[in-house]
Design a binder for this molecule. Structure first.
Ligand code: PLP
Length: 379
């Protein structure tokens, strides 16, 4: 039976259909990934020992030592309050399916990464959108938030730092979110996959963990650590909720991969963890400076609220075509992929990822500048 109401994940569908084989792939959200050899060198992995890893079914909720390490990142949590998942993707999906009951609603900010909202809609739950304000560095509108949250709100979903804007919530915005959740007893589900990718300064984006008693944290190896192919994420929360998610995890994937858990164990041990984050920040900073320099060649066409973190910039453009058409022409004429803002519900923008090797980035941006000139001259 066809399900007409099925809500597709528009951004992920766009990526999965178009990104493979593209020459200039500026559509990803993480930093340039590392090779297994680079990781082994950086984390000083004994490769002989790694090769003797038994490729058995792993501990279903995640390797004990890995859960202990991760619990250490969240003061007051415990290894039993941590579950290892197949990427942040599985963690988000498990949370939505575990917490939401018929009649509940979810409050989400827009633009955002629609993993919780899409799952909620597919479960039949209402999603109440609160628009972020570009003129206020993509900050929240406290009044709109207060109006959106009601006694049926089960989850307030926060992506901090945000995808696609790269902006980090201010102390005041965080306080407004906590107050709104507290007013109705809602859960704050905080997707913090971009924490550690700060572009300005080395102070890590503070976690929502420990700010309120109904908080669930989602994170992964994909962004700050540059290891998306491990497909390894985690969920942190009160033990009884983690246990309920575990019951769903047995259906969804049984467990994350044995080899990925081994590698994550090495990558998250110091000094490897700090080195990985330093690598990501360096790529992010250089890449953003190049992006700004190249897009600055056209006066008054491109404008970006400088992202506080992440490899992404959500670029506003002033051209006589829409975001889908601009992205389609970039792909067709220049073999270059960006994500149209329309996929995030915001027109005249595109998401651009710049934490890539300099040469490649500059070449691609030159192509983008060529097409921009063509459009400005009516071609
Ligand atoms: C905010 C956010 N959460 C989760 C994910 C998925 O992460 P993972 O690769 O860990 O599944 C992404 C990927 O782009 C993301 O941007």
């Amino acid at each position: 039976m066809r399900n007409e109401a099925y809500h597709t994940f528009k951004v992920e569908q766009y990526l999965s259909e178009l990104e493979h084989g593209v020459v200039y792939n500026f559509s990803e959200s993480g930093v340039h990934p590392m090779s297994l050899q680079e990781l082994a060198d950086m984390a000083e992995i004994d490769t002989d020992a790694f090769m003797s890893t038994l490729i058995d079914y792993p501990q279903v909720n995640g390797k004990q030592s890995l859960r202990e390490t991760i619990a250490g990142f969240y003061p007051g949590s415990s290894p039993e309050g941590v579950m290892i998942t197949t990427g942040a993707t599985e963690a988000n999906t498990l949370v939505a399916n575990t917490l939401l009951k018929p009649g509940d609603n979810v409050v989400c900010f827009r633009p955002t990464y629609e993993q919780i909202s899409g799952n909620a809609q597919n479960n039949g739950n209402e999603v109440r959108w609160v628009d972020l304000i570009e003129a206020n560095e993509w900050g929240i509108d406290a009044q709109a938030l207060a109006a959106a949250v009601n006694e049926k709100t089960r989850i307030i979903h926060v992506v901090n730092p945000n995808n696609p804007t790269g902006c980090v919530l201010t102390v005041e915005d965080r306080a407004q979110i906590i107050a709104a959740a507290n007013r109705v007893g809602a859960w704050i589900v905080a997707d913090e996959v971009y924490a550690g990718t700060e572009r300005e300064g080395d102070v890590e984006t503070p976690s929502f963990w420990g700010t309120y008693d109904r908080v669930l944290i989602v994170n992964s190896m994909s962004k700050a650590y540059g290891l998306p192919g491990l497909r390894l994420g985690w969920l942190v929360g009160p033990e009884e909720i983690i246990e309920q998610c575990w019951r769903r995890h047995e259906y969804a994937s049984i467990s994350a991969s044995m080899l990925s858990m081994e590698l994550a164990d090495h990558a998250l041990a110091e000094p490897a963890r700090s080195k990985l984050k330093a690598r990501a920040r360096k790529l992010i900073r250089t890449g953003f400076d190049i992006l700004t320099e190249e897009l600055g060649r056209h006066q008054g066409v491109f404008e970006t609220v400088a992202p506080h973190a992440s490899a992404m910039s959500f670029v506003h453009f002033n051209l006589p075509i829409g975001s889908e058409e601009f992205a389609a022409r970039l792909l067709r004429e220049k073999d270059l992929l960006v994500i149209p803002g329309a996929r995030f519900g915001v027109e005249n923008h595109f998401r651009f990822s710049s934490a890539l090797p300099e040469d490649h980035l500059r070449k691609g941006l030159n192509h983008m500048n060529d097409l921009t000139r063509d459009i400005m001259e009516g071609r």
